[in-house]
Design a protein around this ligand. Structure first.
Ligand code: GDP
Length: 170
């Protein structure tokens, strides 16, 4: 059996209203089914124990509006915008640039997340644009819906897989 990994800090970044809290509460909801000792929800941080590819993973998820403070502390970042809000998409680009300044390591896992993909009629940012932006910023891309719980765990597992690739290449 694989050794348990030390907790990774995964930071949720993005404009207000894009769905960070909704994201965090889905993960917290899954953690609720475990021993209460395993689930700590305090000060926008929550510890999640789960299994990814048959290997246990512990993540400290940080949901914050105080982005600059957390830009140096994350092992990985989920960079959220809403597909219904172009301003939030532009904000995600700004955050990506700031992130590069704060955390210049080339291999820091970052996923650009286009949330609210259930709101098809209100879409302002196409998936093609999202993917192109991710390519420019050299990060992964996924569209999710916290409301429909679509692709949320895919995003989470994607981050864990990237963290492991980095760990294993050390
Ligand atoms: P935060 O400010 O980034 O933490 O955003 P919230 O998680 O508070 O979400 C803002 C609003 O968007 C809330 O009313 C959520 O219910 C809603 N919301 C979040 N994610 C989704 C989604 O995937 N689809 C839809 N339709 N609404 C969402």
């Amino acid at each position: 059996p694989a050794e348990p990994e030390s907790p990774y800090r995964v930071v949720l970044l993005g404009a207000s209203g894009v769905g960070k809290t909704a994201f965090a509460s889905i993960f917290a909801g899954a953690a609720d089914s475990m021993d209460s000792d395993d689930c700590e929800l305090c000060g926008g941080e929550e510890k999640i124990k789960t299994t990814v590819d048959g290997e246990p993973a512990t993540i400290t998820l940080v949901d914050t509006w105080d982005t600059e403070q957390h830009m140096q502390t994350g092992d990985a970042y989920l960079l959220l915008y809403s597909i219904t809000d172009r301003t939030s998409f532009l904000r995600a680009s700004e955050l990506r640039i700031t992130l590069r300044r704060f955390c210049p390591a080339q291999n820091t896992p970052i996923i650009l997340v286009g949330n609210k993909c259930d709101l098809v009629r209100r879409r302002e940012v196409s998936a093609t644009e999202g993917r192109a932006c991710a390519a420019v910023f050299d990060c992964k891309f996924i569209e999710t819906s916290a409301a429909m719980q679509h692709n949320i765990w895919e995003a989470f597992h994607g981050i864990v897989r990237q963290l492991r690739l980095r760990r294993d290449s050390r």
